[in-house]
Design a protein around this ligand. Structure first.
Ligand code: FAD
Ligand code: UDP
Length: 369
């Protein structure tokens, strides 16, 4: 370790840590980032596989936001490639659009409805729930039991190891229901991929004379030797406190990457979901997202699991209650700021992580100056 103590230590080089680090460095502070993994970028990290295809090592990452502030901030470090994500779901031998739209409804029920007729059809088959508390409530309330069981129930059980009735409404509410023919996964005003990939974006963001990055170092192995003026922690909040109140559940995934030689296209959409078949939830084909030209194509299958890298907080009342107790401990740490998907235990998309980090950084710049 360098002898000089860094002014600010940031734990984690994902979006949250990188944005706070860069903002503090831009404001004149010296920052050291400590990252457990061998690379920067957190879960958004990408690199070229053995076949020269740019792949996302921690699962497919599609950038979308309604925030001009977030989009413009990241635009300092990357050019963008416009990209709108589309997803099909394998249901009853057909590939139907997700989110549910007019074509999903017609394809699933074997009908030929107009938009207005589809809305009337959903109004007939939905099972009204009041209040809407769980992910099951959200879906059956909108589209009824048949579509719920075909497209949501088993996918959710696989992904989370929980029935949708045991998960907050917010999880399934990420996926809207439409009666139009819009088949885009997201409707945000900005939808784009970093032109040279996420890792290149992170390299530029962290390329600053006042930022030092150490990868392959677990904070807890060096914690005792560090006496920073302020610490920013973006890892799992329960881990920071030695799990003193018990373990906060995080859902993990195993990624199976595969290269398919000799073809330009493996599947008809960038992502195909498999709610009812296979142990994996979905297959994503990277070239369809990045637009890269090549003769072969690379895909990834996502296998959910309980153990391993903490990828997702698991939103439900019991876990939120435990998180609130950890949050009280976190708030009592005056010289530590907790920010990010793992530290705030919030199911943030990338833009939300960046937005939260920008807010925190603004506060810190004022407090530390
Ligand atoms: P992370 O990216 O998790 O970064 C935290 C970093 O802290 C990690 O690199 C970790 O190694 C490090 N760390 C933890 N503990 C320690 C320690 N003790 N010492 C040192 N370092 C430590 N969002 C979207 O907007 N669009 C998508 O399409 C999308 N797809 C996703 C797909 C998957 C499979 C997953 C898991 C997430 C996806 N996300 C997506 C969400 C996105 O990954 C997060 O919003 C974002 O990565 C959050 O950034 P973060 O910095 O808070 O956390
Ligand atoms: N979901 C589902 N079926 C689908 C797509 C999504 O049941 O075809 C549910 C599932 O519970 C999933 C959640 O909706 O975890 C959110 O989906 P999203 O694609 O946003 O998940 P992420 O990309 O964050 O893994």
């Amino acid at each position: 370790m360098p002898r000089q103590q860094p002014e600010i230590v940031v734990v984690g080089a994902g979006f949250s840590g990188a944005v706070v680090a860069r903002s503090l460095a831009d404001a004149g502070h010296r920052v050291r980032i400590i990252e457990r993994r061998g690379h920067i970028g957190g879960n958004a990290y990408d690199d070229f596989d053995a076949h020269g295809i740019l792949v996302h090592r921690h699962g497919p990452h599609l950038f979308h936001t309604n925030s001009a502030r977030v989009f413009d901030y990241l635009g300092r470090f990357t050019a963008w490639r416009p990209y709108e994500h589309r997803v099909l779901s394998s249901v009853g031998g057909k590939l139907l659009p997700v989110p549910i739209n007019l074509d999903t409804i017609n394809g699933f029920f074997g009908l030929d409805l107009t938009e207005a007729e589809a809305a009337a059809h959903l109004a007939r088959i939905r099972e009204p729930r009041d209040p809407v508390l769980t992910s099951e409530d959200v879906v059956v309330n909108a589209v009824g039991r048949d579509l719920y069981e075909a497209m949501f129930r088993n996918y959710t059980r696989k992904q989370w190891g929980l029935d949708p009735s045991a998960l907050d409404a917010s999880v399934a509410a990420r996926i809207p229901v439409r009666t139009s023919r819009d088949d885009r996964y997201f409707t945000d005003s900005y939808q784009a991929m970093p032109a040279d990939g996420y890792s290149a974006l992170f390299r530029r963001m962290l390329d600053h004379p006042a930022i030092a990055v150490e990868c392959g170092v677990d904070f807890f192995t060096v914690r005792d030797r560090l006496v920073p003026r302020h610490l920013i922690y973006t890892g799992p909040v329960d881990g920071f406190f030695g799990h003193v109140l018990g373990r906060l559940p995080y859902r993990s995934l195993r990624f199976e990457h595969e290269h398919v030689a000799g073809t330009g296209s493996f599947q008809p959409a960038a992502t195909v979901n498999y709610p009812n078949e296979h142990a994996f939830t979905r297959i994503t084909e990277f070239r369809k997202i990045t637009g890269q030209a090549a003769t072969g194509t690379s895909i990834v299958r996502e296998y959910p699991q309980a153990e391993g890298e903490p990828y997702y907080p698991v939103p439900n009342p019991a876990n939120q209650a435990l998180h609130h107790r950890y949050r009280a401990l976190a708030r009592a740490e005056e010289d530590v700021t907790f920010v990010g998907r793992l530290a705030e235990y919030r199911y943030y998309n990338m833009d939300q992580a960046v937005g939260s980090a920008l807010k925190v950084a603004g506060r810190l710049v004022r407090a530390l100056s």
